[in-house]
Ligand binder design. Structure first.
Ligand SMILES: Nc1ccn([C@@H]2O[C@H](COP(=O)(O)OP(=O)(O)OP(=O)(O)O)[C@@H](O)[C@H]2O)c(=O)n1
Ligand SMILES: C[C@](O)(CO)[C@H](O)COP(=O)(O)O
Length: 224
């Protein structure tokens, strides 16, 4: 079984702001993207990584390809995350049986999580980490609560999302005009019920400057 990873690093970080996309900012002594790249590089289950970057960041892509031996290919991503993933899937077509798709803006993944996801994909076809809601969850429209959702059924989804390659490829082909916000939706629409592995909140996505402050505190305190 050959397993590859698609590392999505082609976002512009509009909500974060600034000229450098957040995944290329330094967190202590290395770029945010390098934290998860190190985990993919270290896993004996990962055979190759495809890296997708925005136009103008070729030097960083070349630097990462030289530094991490498992980065087999880099290319430009698309306008939306789904376009970036599509490009990664085209590059990997015929090259692997399993694919792990990850946000480079989520630095704090563990080897244990990655390998558990890959082990579980054999029987479940699509597997992802998620966290259960700790707070009461409301459905809100125009600033007014409509109703309260059953929080035991609410899960906030993270990445890496791991798939049998042919399945996610088929999902992206079938729903090529959709721009779903995560990859699971492409296989959910095929009638698959992906498996969730409950994970740590530490695997949050750095979306805003506030998230970077939390990430800095985690690293500074030696928690990572
Ligand atoms: N066209 C895109 C958009 C996003 N991403 C990646 O997908 C992940 C999703 O995180 P998100 O916070 O949505 O990133 P951005 O799109 O960069 O942020 P924003 O929506 O604020 O512009 C990030 O690692 C980002 O680099 C990507 O590869 N290609
Ligand atoms: C894929 C994802 O990380 C799942 O939580 C998330 O949807 C990506 O972020 P975006 O803000 O939707 O682009």
């Amino acid at each position: 079984m050959k397993t590859c990873a698609i590392l999505c690093a082609a976002g512009k970080g509009t909500r974060f702001g600034g000229n450098t996309p957040k995944q290329f900012l330094f967190l202590k002594n290395k770029m945010i993207i390098e934290y998860s790249l190190e985990v993919f590089e270290k896993s004996h289950f990962i055979d190759g990584i495809v890296l997708l970057v925005p136009q103008g960041f070729e030097d960083i892509a070349r630097y990462l390809k030289d530094k991490f031996s498992k980065v087999i290919f880099w290319d430009y991503g698309g306008n939306e995350r789904a376009d970036t993933v599509k490009r990664g899937l085209e590059i990997l077509k015929g090259e692997c049986d399993i694919v792990a798709i990850h946000d480079s803006a989520r630095p704090f993944i563990t080897l244990e999580l990655l390998e558990k996801l890959i082990a579980d994909v054999e029987t479940h076809f699509a597997v992802a980490p998620g966290i259960l809601a700790n707070d009461t969850v409301k459905f809100v429209v125009d600033g007014h609560i409509q109703n309260t959702l059953p929080r035991s059924n609410i899960c906030l989804i993270q990445t890496p999302q791991v798939f049998k390659f042919d399945l996610i490829y088929r999902g992206y082909e079938m729903f090529k005009n959709e721009l779903f916000t995560d990859d699971l939706q492409y296989v959910e629409r095929l009638g698959i019920k992906p498996k969730i592995i409950e994970n740590s909140r530490i695997n949050f996505k750095i979306t805003t400057k506030e998230d970077l402050l939390i990430a800095e505190a985690i690293v500074e305190k030696g928690y990572w």
